[in-house]
Design a protein around this ligand. Structure first.
Ligand code: BGC
Length: 387
């Protein structure tokens, strides 16, 4: 009898325990479901992205806002790796070309999403004279210097930290570019800050200080496709550029020094046109610096792009006096990017706010020289909406 009671007791106990644990499990599942349904929130997280061949770790900063937008930026090249934006149906897509892994960026990247410096775009023959001294930079684009040289700021590891404010989150990336790096004079302390706001803006701020006079021109080099990265040509995107003039170039894409009116030419985007409408009339495709009406200094609208099917709109605001509009002419299908997508010619476009190319050799262009005691400070904001 005693034995029977013990067995009964054990059965009741194990039954209750089973019931207890199954109830506990049920509650956990409900929690999981409610977590899955949780509203997106403003946040910034650091993750590991990869490792450089010399063993240094590359981090990824993931910025999210309350509307579900997400920007991922890695410390290698202070590079925007992805930017997820909704379309008119509320479906999110990554609208920047790039690679799934760090290895992809190391193998072949035509500056996908990168921070470009010390001098964005070209300096003729990699030479300039400053205060009577001639400097020679790396020639990495034929005889010319492009985007900071063989190892520009897109190919160095930046140090980073997170920023949290009431209506925006972000990350600040810093890099010390040593005196004589790629031939440039002066130690340049640089910082790039990416902030994602609750108004669907990605704000990119640049700061720099030097101990010797030096040219400085920092920009952002994302290739955009508002239909989603890898989803075809950008030729049907509508573009407005707030520029009445542009700087014509020679065969090596060096400005001739002339500032020419866009009126009556395929360079006139003061009224929106599709990128493809007149591109055949532009030898090689668009790869030109446009002279912004603002003249630089204040944060003003430089460009507006819309993609008809998705309804996505991107506006570019900048304090820079110029913007390079590049229609992805050198993409040639040799790179397989994110999600196995192959990037063909005109699969992405760049809008790179900047000082004019080759300014160190063009005294009539706005000066791009930073001197000791001054602070270089520029700002570009990408604002997203739908129509
Ligand atoms: C330049 C192009 C160049 C591309 C990738 C753009 O900023 O204007 O000429 O091919 O970057 O390097």
């Amino acid at each position: 009898m005693k034995k029977f009671h013990s067995i009964l007791f054990l059965c009741v106990l194990s039954g209750s325990l089973m019931l207890f644990f199954s109830c506990g499990k049920k509650t956990a599942t409900e929690e999981e479901i409610s977590q899955m349904k949780e509203e997106p929130k403003m946040d910034v997280q650091r993750q590991e992205f990869g490792q450089l061949p010399d063993g240094q770790l590359v981090d990824l900063y993931v910025l999210t806002n309350g509307n579900g937008m997400e920007a991922r930026i890695m410390t290698y090249g202070a590079t925007l790796v992805s930017l997820s934006v909704p379309d008119k149906e509320g479906n999110f897509a990554d609208i920047t070309l790039g690679c799934d892994s760090l290895e992809g960026y190391l193998a072949a990247s035509p500056y996908f999403g990168a921070t470009v410096g010390r001098y964005a775009n070209r300096i003729a023959k990699g030479k300039f004279i400053l205060d009577g001294v001639e400097y020679t930079l790396a020639a990495n684009n034929g005889e010319n210097h492009l985007h900071g040289g063989s190892k520009g700021y897109d190919k160095v590891l930046w140090q980073a930290g997170t920023i949290r404010r009431e209506n925006e989150v972000g990350a600040k990336f810093v890099y010390l570019s040593k005196d004589d790096e790629e031939g440039y004079p002066g130690n340049l302390n640089c910082a790039v800050t990416y902030m994602l706001t609750d108004r669907d803006e990605l704000k990119i701020g640049y700061e720099a200080e030097t101990d010797k006079p030096t040219p400085v021109n920092l920009t952002h080099h994302s290739y955009f496709n508002l239909a989603g990265q890898g989803n075809g040509y950008i030729l049907d995107h509508e573009l407005m550029l707030n520029a009445d003039q542009y700087t014509p170039v020679d065969a090596g894409l060096i400005p001739t020094g002339e500032i020419r009116d866009v009126a009556g030419t395929p360079m006139d985007f003061t009224i929106p046109h599709t990128i493809g409408e007149r591109i055949a009339q532009v030898e090689g495709g668009y790869d030109h610096n446009f002279v912004l009406r603002s003249g630089g200094g204040e944060l003003e609208l430089a460009a507006r792009v819309s993609e008809p099917r998705s309804g996505r709109i991107m506006e570019v605001y900048t304090t820079e006096p110029g913007i390079q509009f590049y229609s992805g002419n050198f993409l040639d299908g040799s790179i397989t990017g994110k999600a196995g997508k192959v990037y063909y010619k005109h699969y992405g476009f760049c809008l790179e706010p900047q000082h004019f190319p080759d300014s160190p050799n063009k005294p009539d262009f706005p000066s791009a020289i930073l001197r000791p005691g001054e602070t270089y400070q520029t700002q570009t904001t990408l604002k997203f909406s739908i129509e």
